[in-house]
Design a protein around this ligand. Structure first.
Ligand code: THU
Length: 136
């Protein structure tokens, strides 16, 4: 199992790859699977700002591109240079809810190493999911 220090270091390394020339706000993320394998992500911006992609979603979608099963993600880690540990945006929370279980762990850091942890359900309670469309 990865230690919290290892999680932070992996996320910090991913953050270095962020492409954030517009906001200058770099974010690193890691999704960790049941078997302790992991996939990293960083934010990637675009001159057409609205199609910028967050680090968290890049990590989740990237893992799918690599052939991983995103439903086996047990933890998502995120780091940014914020006074308090960074917090995922609403769009990323919705994507987390698509793939991750309610009790999966969200571990949030700032670059100083301050850390908070939540269950996904705490970050996005009462969210819209596939079963709301009668798809079970
Ligand atoms: N960003 C993330 O990567 N994750 C979040 O949860 C919040 C915001 C990125 C998007 C954009 O590149 C920059 O941070 C400023 O919003």
């Amino acid at each position: 199992m990865l230690s919290n220090e290892e999680k932070l270091n992996i996320a910090l390394k991913a953050r270095l790859n962020a492409y954030a020339p517009y906001s200058k706000f770099k974010v690193g993320a890691v999704v960790i699977f049941d078997d302790d394998s992991y996939v990293v992500g960083c934010n990637t911006e675009c001159a057409s700002f609205g199609i910028t992609q967050c680090a968290e979603r890049n990590a989740i979608y990237g893992s799918i591109c690599l052939g991983k099963d995103p439903r086996k993600i047990k933890e998502l880690v995120c780091v940014a240079d914020t006074p308090k540990p960074t917090s995922p945006c609403g769009a990323c929370r919705q994507v987390m809810a698509e793939f991750m279980s309610k009790d999966s762990l969200i571990t949030l850091f700032n670059i100083k190493g301050d850390m908070v942890q939540y269950k996904l359900e705490e970050l996005i309670p009462y969210c819209f999911v596939d079963s709301d469309m009668g798809n079970n």
